[in-house]
Design a protein around this ligand. Structure first.
Ligand SMILES: O=C(CO)[C@@H](O)[C@H](O)COP(=O)(O)O
Length: 252
């Protein structure tokens, strides 16, 4: 069965002076998850926020009642040392820790907040580590990375080493409000064809004008920042995104 439609507005486009209220309002407007963009100024040329802010906004949104449920905090870790922050983000209230494949294969030794060194960690080990901390694990790929780097992980026989979701970026990570890159959709198609049950997230430039292409390619988890937070009626946009994915999954 095709995985369910999940709409995850990116709070990067929310009013940061009113973030807690914006989060709870967006969930009431029909969002399933909140997509929380964490940027470190190294992996991407932009900075956002860290665990103290996640703790504060978490208190405005009820924790999901089940895995993948409403209120999931989908933390997109655009950071150079993804292992280093796993425990801190779990403590802060993250439910799904989505790291970048490119960061995991390049991450160098670094001190973690617990004082342990962050040795080079393979994506497989990192997924296991995230699961061991009690979070769902996601793995993201940038536009230059092909989808086939994920095949072995997705096909892993050990559920602890299998990602719960993959994220195909449809912009270069770093900023909201960029133009959707349709050139990334063949990766989504390839993944959907091989893995009918996989949760496939797309992020960047999604909105009423681009959702049909992404849904037709097979994406089921939709991140949208400016299209939701810039809308006169965010609930209408959330419904429209959901309908496009549901229409497509009915066809599968
Ligand atoms: O991760 C990112 C950007 O790096 C995204 O989550 C953006 O925040 C999406 O914003 P829109 O393109 O939907 O405005």
């Amino acid at each position: 069965m095709a995985p369910k439609a999940i709409i995850a507005p990116s709070i990067l486009s929310a009013d940061f002076a009113d973030l807690g209220a914006a989060c709870s309002r967006t969930i009431k407007q029909g969002a399933d998850w909140l997509h929380v963009d964490i940027m470190d100024g190294h992996f991407v040329p932009n900075l956002t926020f860290g665990p103290p802010v996640v703790v504060k906004i978490r208190s405005h949104v009820e924790k999901p009642a089940e895995s993948f449920g409403k209120g999931t905090f989908d933390c997109h870790m655009m950071i150079a040392e993804p292992k280093k922050w796993v425990k801190e983000f779990k403590k802060a209230g993250c439910d799904l820790y989505c790291f970048h494949y490119e960061a995991a294969i390049n991450s160098s030794a670094a001190e973690s907040p617990e004082g342990k060194s962050d040795e080079k960690t393979s994506p497989r080990e990192l997924i296991r580590y995230i699961h061991d901390q009690g979070m769902l694990a996601g793995i993201a790929i940038k536009p230059a990375t092909p989808a086939n780097v994920l095949f072995d992980l997705i096909e892993s026989e050990d559920p602890k080493e299998k990602p719960d979701m993959v994220l195909v970026m449809t912009v270069e990570p770093g900023f909201g409000g960029q133009q959707f890159m349709a050139s990334e959709l063949p990766k989504v198609e390839e993944l959907r064809k091989r893995y009918p049950d996989l949760n496939i997230e797309v992020d960047g430039g999604l909105g009423p004008g681009t959702i049909d292409q992404a849904a037709d390619a097979g994406a089921n988890v939709i991140v949208a920042g400016s299209a939701v937070f810039g809308a006169k009626d965010p609930s209408e946009v959330i419904s429209l995104l959901r309908e496009a994915v549901e229409k497509r999954s009915g066809k599968l």
